[in-house]
Design a binder for this molecule. Sequence first.
Ligand SMILES: Nc1ncnc2c1ncn2[C@@H]1O[C@H](COP(=O)(O)OP(=O)(O)OP(=O)(O)O)[C@@H](O)[C@H]1O
Length: 350
Amino acid sequence: MRKKYYNMVEDMKKIRVFCRIRPVSRTEVAQDQDEAIVVKKIDDFSVTVETSRGQREFQFDKVFSAAASQEDLFHDTHLIQSALDGYNVCIFAYGQTGSGKTFTMVGDKEQKNLGIMPRSFNAIFDFIQENSSKFDFKVSAYMLELYNDRLQDLFVSPAGEAHAQAQSHGQARRVEIKRNKKGVVFAQGAETKEASSTQELYALFQQACANRHISATMNLESSRSHLIVGIMVESRNLTNGSVSTGKLSLVDLAGSERAAKTGAKDHQLKSLQEANSINKSLSALGDVISALSAELPHVPYRNSKLTQYATRVKAITNNAQRNVDSKEIAQLKEVIMKLRSGQTVEEDDD
Ligand SMILES: Nc1ncnc2c1ncn2[C@@H]1O[C@H](COP(=O)(O)OP(=O)(O)OP(=O)(O)O)[C@@H](O)[C@H]1O
């Protein structure tokens, strides 16, 4: 495909949805393997799901079977390149509790199967190393969690937060979603830290994870908040001095589940509040995705903090599209049509 069209084609597609089927767990196998498997991969683009109303088929941009490795998944998302080219990219995992979101985005506890986040940190610095003779790079990050409809800066530990509150007479430090004059949404009050290697970025990430909320009930591994990792990569061309900034947002959403399932009496109220807040924001996210997919004129971003965050991605996408003239759009549409119908598009390194 023409290289210069790659990002634009991806940009016009706006949203790509992948489905990953998690392997059955030992407990599920012990119950009844045939009954346990409710999702079946039909081909690379479709699955069938056993529902109470019979079997239903769903289509995706790509389907990964239970045998797919973390490497397969990371390789096929190949959006890191776009972020490094100055685009805004967001990758998030959505699904029920226990469906494998954290495994996919972060990895396993033993760090033997690294997920998309640590693999992205690696890929960013590998790219920087390969291109250091042509560009000067600056990498910075913020890490937030959205818990009970409140944005929390994960670079600030709960102890640090308590200290700051004491200093400011009980006033909690606030991270707010704001929009600047250009319509770009940003997280005001969130600390941004620089990293100059994969190790430094990973250390920041581990520090952030240690400050996260976990389940008030259910299993202790369950995420009860949405984790938002924003990585900005600024590159300055050493030949002509031009500067571009790309951003990679990586999000591990909290699991959706029925509040009634979340048990343990002592924590019942907290648990209900968590579940309601999670389900409310996920439902708002679902509405935004439906509106974007149907290309509706109004996208309800403002209904939750989670979706307000997404307006940044959308605002940049609009700007990028405005910069493409109508002739190029016609050419791009032609490229997309060809790709969709399985035709190859000529190579050109412009
Ligand atoms: N593709 C996979 N291969 C092997 N094990 C997996 C895979 N996906 C998930 N698991 C395992 O299944 C369990 C649940 O996965 P995980 O914690 O990622 O779910 P989750 O969707 O993030 O849940 P929650 O919303 O409650 O945080 C974990 O023990 C995880 O290691």
